[in-house]
Ligand binder design. Structure first.
Ligand code: PHE
Length: 460
């Protein structure tokens, strides 16, 4: 295993995995999904999903990776033999697709950082229509996304300890500091408490089956589950590390950033008298309005640093997304890391081009015949969500029927003397063998029906 590279310290793995988890999912996607799905009700369901469904899946993935010591494909193949490798490939494909659209959104954020810090973005009057024009101004966006992909590739090409680990150690703490600063600011504004109420006091009549789907998919996406990312990172973890404890820390870090992002956004939304359910443009519109109200100088500094930190958060996620296919080609095909990284990132960038054109520029890419995903960006994002949730479900079936829960327990007991016989062991065993496969299996099917046909199709 040593020639593949390892994380140089326990903290290194936790920071890298938390860096993978914390990203656009937390700061961009979580607030807008909470905004369109009832606020506090969404948060409530989200937290239940993280605790009951996602946590056991996370532990399972890391354990598989550390035990097998290989990439997603190699790990499933080694532990399950024969066709199980395809489950790894399914995850790798999901990672490639996620990165193709994720990189485009990261390019938007990168552009906002540049335009706020060095341009005149904050001089505009209507940030909603500005955003609409901006995401269709393909020339600059092309370069922003390309720039983002190049930065990701440069870091991943450096390998595990030098590139991935060092980048995370600097970026994660900065993000917390600026988030907390912005929360304090937003809570001092008039009507901020209406936002806090919307976000923290659940109205159970607002919770629908769709709230559950969105919350579950979001939790999988946000925790980087179901596609082999944590198998790959798990394969670089040393045997003295306590996997369960690491998973607790990673989940808490990720959930806290999502929670804080909501706590920053909704007071701002309500104090500006804006609409919480405006979809993907929410933070781009609301935050720029807030930065504008801070005055030209302060707005530029605070707004610029905020979007820069979003870029950092996104970067630690794109790094992990690129590492999954890269590790596959390095481990399985014995190709040199640098060549693989540049080849794969070039391909993924090209795959993202339809997403770039899907915000209005090419009408066809905006009118796909799918119920909830008429534009190409939502289509790919929804497809990936389904792949993650179903991937998590099949991973549980893999442990249950092939690798065996006993082997999982043996792996989890390494570096964790109190694990055997504990309540946590009891829950993880129950969840991996029964609860998760059943619930995730049923929900995967319902999510497919809902996203592409509409649930009404099934239930009339
Ligand atoms: N978890 C990342 C985010 O929230 C996205 C991601 C998904 C990264 C899957 C890796 C794997 O932004």
């Amino acid at each position: 295993m040593s020639n593949r590279g390892n994380f140089s310290s326990k903290l290194g793995f936790i920071l890298a995995a938390a860096g993978s988890a914390v990203g656009l999912g937390n700061i961009w996607r979580f607030p807008y999904l909470a905004g369109t799905n009832g606020g506090a009700g969404f948060l409530f369901i989200y937290l239940i999903c993280v605790l009951m469904l996602c946590f056991p899946v996370m532990v399972g993935e890391i354990a598989i990776g550390r035990n097998a010591g290989s990439d997603a494909f190699g790990s499933y193949k080694k532990l399950g033999g024969g066709n199980w490798g395809y489950l790894g490939l399914y995850g790798i494909l999901a990672g490639v697709l996620i990165l193709s659209y994720y990189n485009v959104v990261a390019g938007w954020a990168f552009g906002y950082f540049l335009e706020i810090s060095f341009g005149n973005l904050l001089d505009h009057q209507d940030f909603g229509s500005f955003f609409g024009d901006y995401v269709n101004d393909i020339g600059p966006l092309f370069f922003f996304s390309l720039g983002f992909m190049v930065i990701t590739a440069v870091i991943v090409a450096q390998g595990i300890a030098k590139g991935i680990e060092a980048a995370n150690k600097i970026m994660m703490p900065g993000l917390y500091i600026i988030l907390i600063g912005l929360i304090i600011y937003s809570l001092t504004l008039p009507h901020a408490m209406d936002g806090v109420r919307f976000y923290l006091v659940p109205d159970f009549s607002e919770i629908h089956s769709k709230t559950i789907f969105y919350a579950l998919c979001q939790a999988f996406f946000s925790l980087s589950l179901g596609m082999g990312c944590l198998i790959t990172y798990g394969s670089y973890v040393t045997k003295d590390q306590n996997i369960v404890k690491s998973a607790v820390i990673i989940s808490m870090a990720d959930t806290s950033v999502a929670f804080l992002a909501g706590l920053m956004v909704f007071p701002l939304v309500f104090s500006l008298g804006a609409e919480p359910g405006q979809g993907p443009k929410l933070i781009f519109v609301i935050l720029t309005q807030a930065f504008q109200s801070m005055g030209p100088f302060v707005g530029r500094i605070v707004g610029g640093s905020f979007f820069l930190l979003i870029c950092f958060a996104a970067l630690t996620s794109t790094i992990s997304l690129l590492e999954v296919p890269a590790a596959y080609f390095v481990d399985q095909k014995k190709l040199p890391r640098k060549a693989v990284v540049w080849g794969v990132s070039g391909l993924i960038f090209v795959l993202g081009i339809p997403t770039m054109y899907s915000q209005g520029l090419v009408p066809f890419l905006n009118k796909l015949p799918f119920h909830n995903s008429p534009d190409f960006l939502s289509f790919v994002a929804d497809l990936c969500d389904i792949m993650l949730v179903s991937g998590g479900c099949i991973m549980c079936l893999f442990i249950r029927s092939k690798w065996r829960v006993g082997s999982l327990n043996n792996e989890l007991a390494i570096g964790n003397p109190g694990y055997v016989g504990s309540f946590v062991q009891g829950y993880i065993n129950f969840a991996i063998s029964w609860f998760c496969p059943v619930v995730l299996g049923i929900l995967s099917i319902l999510v497919i029906v809902d996203k592409y046909y509409g649930l009404e199709w099934l239930f009339g």
